[in-house]
Structures are given as structure tokens and as C-alpha cells.
Write a protein that binds this ligand. Structure first.
Ligand SMILES: C[S@@+](CC[C@H](N)C(=O)[O-])C[C@H]1O[C@@H](n2cnc3c(N)ncnc32)[C@H](O)[C@@H]1O
Length: 207
């Protein structure tokens, strides 16, 4: 079983981009993200574990000022060049940051939206949820998605098998209910994106 560390992702992105760069560059934003965040007023956003950058590009095109973090230099280079091809109106709104989310800490209370989608957590999920949550401004949104490792309908392993990703229970347990309102915390089918279910968490920090 791979360890899902930086070398794993560098190798994975190198292969995917070698074989499917064009397809990756035209990927739409994540369906859960566009559904839950599409109506929010743009401000400062963090895309933690941005990968190919399609969510960062979508946010920037909607007027968000985005900080996009990933530890794969290959993914970041691809994402940056896709943003540049989209034009200055998008590219100038995104700061690409090479960082390891095992320790990287957002600027406290700075972001109107902190999004973290499909990131394997090497340490404690609760600790990472709490650390990402420190970046959310009063009234802002924490949006997390985790691919569940097993498809509950069939019991079969999904593409996330072996990874530790956020679950609704862990996210709810990690956040102080006196400071956060949970708007969504549930499993949803991955109708548009492969097998199994995703945990989708949308929480609002109280002002
Ligand atoms: C499955 S991809 C998801 C990419 C994107 N968020 C999406 O939804 O399409 C996981 C991404 O997280 C990044 N990643 C995994 N662990 C990380 C870590 N500890 N620090 C920074 N990035 C990490 C990987 O390089 C990869 O780009």
C-alpha cells in the first residue's frame, strides 16, 4: 500500500499530466464545491491540497482571491500554467504555495472560505481539521470533502482505499459546537466522480 506522501503524489501527477495534461487542464470544478459555495460572496479563499487547480481556477474566475497550497511542485506548475492560459483576470487572483499540509498553518482568521478536498491526512484528522479551521474568518466557511475508502453499497474498496480522509463524524467532533454551525455534514454519492461516497462538510464560523 502506498504511503501517499510527497514522492507518491509527485510520481502520480507526473504520470497523469504526461498522459492526460489536456484533459486535466479542462476539468470542471468539484460538483460538491460548486453546489455549496457557488452562492457565497467572494472574498479570500484557501484551497488546501489544490492539485491540478481546477477548483482554485473556478473560485478565482468567480472573484475570489485564492491561496492554493499543495506539496506537489509538478501539480502546482501545471495549475499555474493553466491559470496563466485563462488570462490575467484569473491568474492574478491566485497565489500558488508549495507547502506540506501536515504542518502548514493558514493565516489565522484570514479566509472567508477554507476548502480542503480529498486530501490524505498523514497524522490526526481532527488536528488537521482544527488547524485548517483556524484560518476561517468570523462568518466564514470551512468546506471539507473526503472520499470514503469503502463503497457502502457494495463493500468494495474505492480509489481512496488505504487513505485517511476526513469523515463527517471526525469533522463534527473536531470543531467546537459553540463556535461553528454545521450546514452540511453527511455522506453523498459520487455521482459525477467515480465510486462510493464522499463525506461533505460545510460549517460556518460564528461571528
Ligand atoms: C486527490 S488529490 C485532490 C486534489 C484536489 N483537491 C481535487 O479535489 O481535485 C490530493 C492532493 O492533495 C495533495 N496533498 C496530499 N497530501 C498533502 C500534504 N500533506 N500537503 C500538501 N498537499 C498534499 C496531493 O499532492 C494532491 O494534489
Amino acid at each position: 500500500m502506498p504511503t501517499f506522501d510527497r514522492s507518491f503524489w509527485e510520481e502520480r501527477w507526473s504520470q497523469v499530466l504526461r498522459e492526460h495534461a489536456d484533459h486535466v487542464a479542462h476539468r470542471p470544478p468539484n460538483a460538491h464545491l460548486s453546489m455549496e459555495v457557488g452562492n457565497l460572496r467572494p472574498g479570500f479563499a484557501l484551497d488546501a491540497g489544490c492539485g491540478h487547480g481546477s477548483d482554485s481556477l473556478w473560485l478565482a474566475a468567480r472573484g475570489w482571491q485564492v491561496t492554493a497550497v499543495d506539496f506537489s511542485a509538478t501539480a502546482l506548475a501545471h495549475a499555474r500554467s493553466t491559470a496563466e492560459a485563462a488570462g490575467a483576470g484569473v491568474a492574478d487572483r491566485i497565489d500558488w504555495v508549495e507547502g506540506d499540509l501536515a504542518t502548514w498553518t493558514p493565516q489565522p482568521g484570514h479566509y472567508d472560505l477554507v476548502a480542503c478536498l480529498y486530501v490524505h491526512v498523514a497524522g490526526s484528522v481532527e488536528e488537521m481539521v482544527r488547524r485548517m479551521a483556524t484560518g476561517v474568518a468570523p462568518g466564514g466557511t470551512l468546506f471539507l470533502v473526503g472520499h470514503r475508502p469503502v463503497d457502502p453499497a457494495t463493500g468494495a474498496a474505492t480509489a481512496a482505499a488505504g487513505q485517511v480522509q476526513v469523515s463527517s463524524d471526525t469533522a463534527v467532533a473536531a470543531l467546537d459546537p459553540g463556535r461553528w454551525d454545521f450546514i452540511v455534514a453527511e455522506d453523498r454519492l459520487r455521482a459525477m466522480a467515480g465510486t462510493g461516497v464522499d463525506a461533505v462538510i460545510r460549517a460556518r464560523r460564528r461571528s
